[in-house]
Ligand binder design. Structure first.
Ligand code: SF4
Ligand code: SF4
Ligand code: SF4
Length: 264
C-alpha cells in the first residue's frame, strides 16, 4: 500500500495535501502544529491546499495526499472519505479516532439508545445521519496510519516523510510490552495494577509507562496480541479481568478482533 513516489513524475510537482477532520476533538490536528521545529520544512515540501482546522473554505477537488483525523460517525462522513479515496494517491489516517474509532467508538453498542440519552430524544438535524462510529479503514483503504491519542508530532513528521520520499518500513505489529521491557521500567503488574501494554500495539515507546502511568491502549489492539493470555496474566497478578476487558473497550469497541477474542 502507498507504493508510489510523489516526487518523481515528469513535472516534479510538489504534492498537494489536504487535512480533513471528521468526528474528533481536533487534538491531532493541533499536534501537527506542535511539530514546530519542522513546520517550515514541511510546508516547504508540500502544497498545503486545505486544512480544516484553519479554514472555512471548501476542500479542493484535486489533491495528492489526504490526511484524515477523526472517526466516521455519519453517512456524510462516509461519503466524504469515499470521495477523498477516489481523488488521493495516498490516504493517511492520524490519531486513535481515525485508526480505531477511538473514544467515539464507545457509542457504537446501542447507538440509538445512547444518542437518545445524550440528546433527550433524537440528535439534532445538524449532527447529520448518525451511523455506528468506525475507523476510516472500515470504509476505505488506508495507506498509512499514525497511531495514538493524540498523535506524537514527530511520528507525524516521520510518517509524512515516508509518504513524500518513500520507505519500505512495515507498520509495527508487536505489543507494547516488548518496547517497555527494553526501557527497563518496573512493570505495573508487579504491583497488581492494570496496564494494557500487554495487548496494545507498539510504536509509542511506552510513553505513558515512562511517565509513571499505565498504558490505556490508545494505539489500539496489536495484531499480535493474545487477549486470552493477557486475561490469564491479569488473573495471575491479581488484576480484575473484567476491569481489563472494560478498559480495552475504550479504543477497541468496534475492533472485530476484540469480539473474536471472546469479549462479546
Ligand atoms: S485521537 Fe485523541 S487527540 Fe486525536 S482527535 Fe481523537 S480524541 Fe482528539
Ligand atoms: S504490562 Fe505495561 S508496564 Fe508491564 S511490561 Fe507491559 S507495557 Fe510495561
Ligand atoms: S503507552 Fe499506551 S496509552 Fe500511552 S501513548 Fe503508548 S499506546 Fe497510548
Amino acid at each position: 500500500m502507498g507504493a508510489f513516489s510523489l516526487i518523481t513524475d515528469a513535472e516534479r510537482r510538489v504534492p498537494r495535501v489536504v487535512v480533513v477532520g471528521l468526528a474528533s476533538c481536533f487534538g491531532c490536528q493541533i499536534q501537527i502544529t506542535n511539530a514546530e521545529p519542522y513546520l517550515m520544512q514541511i510546508l516547504g515540501q508540500i502544497d498545503l491546499q486545505y486544512w480544516q482546522l484553519v479554514t472555512s473554505e471548501d476542500m479542493p477537488d484535486e489533491f495528492d495526499v489526504a490526511i484524515i483525523e477523526g472517526a466516521v460517525t455519519t453517512r456524510e462522513a462516509e461519503q466524504t472519505v469515499r470521495a477523498v479515496r477516489e481523488r488521493a494517491a495516498h490516504v493517511m489516517a492520524i490519531g486513535a479516532c481515525a485508526t480505531t474509532a477511538g473514544v467515539t467508538g464507545m457509542a457504537a453498542p446501542g447507538l440509538g439508545g445512547r444518542v437518545g440519552e445524550v440528546y433527550e430524544g433524537a440528535a439534532p438535524e445538524s449532527s447529520g445521519e448518525l451511523i455506528e462510529p468506525r475507523p476510516v479503514s472500515a470504509v476505505i483503504e488506508v495507506d498509512s496510519e499514525v497511531l495514538c491519542c493524540p498523535i506524537d508530532p514527530m511520528d507525524f513528521v516521520a510518517a509524512l516523510q515516508r509518504v513524500l520520499f518513500g520507505s519500505n518500513r512495515l507498520p509495527d505489529t508487536r505489543t507494547l510490552c516488548s518496547d517497555c521491557k527494553r526501557n527497563e521500567t518496573e512493570c505495573f503488574y508487579n504491583d497488581a495494577t492494570l496496564c494494557l501494554g500487554l495487548v496494545t500495539r507498539a510504536g509509542c515507546g511506552a510513553r505513558c509507562v515512562n511517565l509513571g502511568r499505565p498504558c490505556n491502549g490508545c494505539a489500539g489492539l496489536s495484531p499480535d496480541a493474545n487477549v486470552e493470555a493477557a486475561r490469564m496474566a491479569c488473573a495471575t497478578y491479581g488484576v480484575d479481568v473484567a476491569a481489563f476487558d472494560k478498559a480495552l473497550e475504550m479504543f477497541n469497541q468496534v475492533n472485530p478482533a476484540l469480539a473474536e477474542s471472546g469479549d462479546e
